[in-house]
Design a protein around this ligand. Structure first.
Ligand code: UT7
Length: 353
């Protein structure tokens, strides 16, 4: 079934991309810093001081096949649909951002299409890690502004707890990440009063790919030229994320202010016009550094890393959903979403709610 909207009825320049619904979902199982210190050499003081994280959610156990990344995305999407007062049949297109898909391929988008019972609509997977949701929103915005689709489901979801090194060797990375999902419905609107995405930007710098990556399974470093993964890579713990934390941190605090300034300028706005800034939840210290550098007061920045850790592509939509639920964002407010992470990739979405 062709889900494209009738272009003849819509004047292109009048179309706005408005957030019609939002939602999030995290697994019930809460893992505190003390829980982690029971399995590896870490402690609550180190994690809290260096990252701001107090707890995160992990799917129940390693055998819990139900709470996959697509499933978390499905639960967040259900909440977003309910919030938008829409059904799955109203969705014209899916954009799904994750770095932890259920399968090596296909991606999670098609799994979500099936779980929701959507028609045979398009489902696009975005592989931009921490910037995944910003990239996904940019794509959805472009489809809406070019009259392609009316209602696009944009999802960011991750199951990290399945792929972390919980030995002492992996402590610098594994204490940071958590599981979860967030979703928004981005819809076309011709109503002069409705919200709109005003500007976006996306950047990449692939020379730093190996500063934050998972190498296996992959095709670059295979020991034989026919295998994506050998048993040795599992025993050598090479299947886990590698992160040069200090290096990533330094680049993040430089790139965040750049991308924020760029997106504001593109829309003819200044930092004083901003009502809410939602940074990717990588580290509370990064968010606080950026807040200080941009001169933003506390009430104009939303952080929830304390409860969820870093949920990569899910961190911005979970934070956005919570900020909206808590009425920290009101209709008409100017909101900036910004992310930086593996790739390196970074970027921002500026919208009027
Ligand atoms: O979302 C994707 C983008 N990611 C980021 O933006 C992350 C950016 N980087 C960071 O957030 C920080 O670099 C980390 C939180 C990852 C690490 O904080 P840090 O202040 O840079 O610590 P460090 O890596 O320099 O390690 C300091 C010390 C080391 O011990 P020594 O060598 O000083 O004796 C580590 O071995 O802390 C030790 N350490 C730990 N100690 C207790 C590392 N991890 C842990 C741990 N518990 N979990």
């Amino acid at each position: 079934m062709n889900k494209m909207i009738n272009l003849s009825k819509v004047t292109k320049h009048m179309i706005k991309s408005t957030i019609k619904g939002y939602g999030h979902y995290v697994p019930e199982n809460v893992v505190t810093n003390d829980d982690l210190s029971a399995v590896m050499n870490t402690n609550d003081e180190w994690i809290t001081e260096r990252t701001g994280i107090r707890e995160r959610h992990h799917r129940k156990n390693r055998n819990d096949a139900e709470e996959t990344t697509a499933y978390l995305g499905f639960r967040a999407a259900e909440n977003a649909l309910k919030n938008a007062n829409l059904t799955a049949k109203d969705i014209d297109y899916i954009v799904f951002a994750t770095l932890s898909p259920d399968y090596y391929f296909p991606g999670c988008g098609v799994l979500l299409q099936e779980m929701l019972g959507c028609d045979t609509i398009g489902a696009l997977d975005v592989r931009n890690q921490c910037s995944g949701f910003v990239y996904a929103m940019s794509v959805a915005n472009a489809f809406i502004k070019s009259n392609m689709y009316k209602n696009i489901l944009v999802v960011g979801a991750e199951v990290h707890s399945f792929g972390l090194d919980f030995s002492d060797e992996g402590r610098g990375v594994s204490v940071i990440f958590g599981d979860g999902a967030g979703a928004v419905i981005l819809s076309a609107s011709e109503d002069g009063d409705s919200g709109d995405i005003l500007a976006v930007n996306m950047h990449s710098e692939g020379k730093y790919a190996e500063e934050l990556c998972v190498q296996f399974p992959g095709t670059k470093f295979g020991w034989s030229d026919r295998m994506r993964l050998e048993p040795e890579q599992v025993t050598n713990r090479e299947i886990y994320p590698i992160m040069n934390g200090n290096f990533v941190f330094k680049h993040a605090v430089t790139r965040f202010p750049e991308t924020i300034q760029e997106v504001l300028s593109a829309a003819g706005k200044t930092i004083e016009d901003l009502d809410m800034f939602i940074p990717h939840q990588a580290n509370l210290r990064i968010a606080q550094f950026v807040q200080q550098k941009m001169g933003l007061p506390d009430e104009k920045v939303f952080n929830n890393i304390q409860k969820y850790g870093n949920t990569t592509a899910a961190s911005i939509p979970i934070a956005l959903s919570e900020a909206l639920q808590q009425e920290k964002i009101k209709r008409g407010d100017l909101v900036c979403l910004s992310a930086f992470g593996s790739g390196f990739t970074w970027g921002s979405v500026l919208f009027q709610y």
